[in-house]
Design a protein around this ligand. Sequence first.
Ligand SMILES: [Zn+2]
Length: 105
Amino acid sequence: MEYFGVDRHLIADASLVTGLVGQRLVPLLCEKCYIPWVEKAPELASDIRTSLERYCTVEWGSKPGKLYFRNHEGCDHCRNTIPLTGCIISRGVTGHTGHCRGCTR
Ligand SMILES: [Zn+2]
């Protein structure tokens, strides 16, 4: 028998439950104003920069140069306000997803 298109024995699998509990929505950075690694790296503390370079470099091709950072100032494309108050409620983010950009390509 299937539930939601998944075999029953898979629904009871502990690793599936662990994966569902651990999943979080990640912010989608605004493509108009995100900050690439080459611009952000000089601003980072040396220990953080070193950690990112170490952990983001893997054999199959990932490199720190593929990292992008949120622009907390935002831009006209991503800055949203509450119409009545004019209060800014988001900057640098255009939505949220359960997949990283690398997974959707
Ligand atoms: Zn933006």
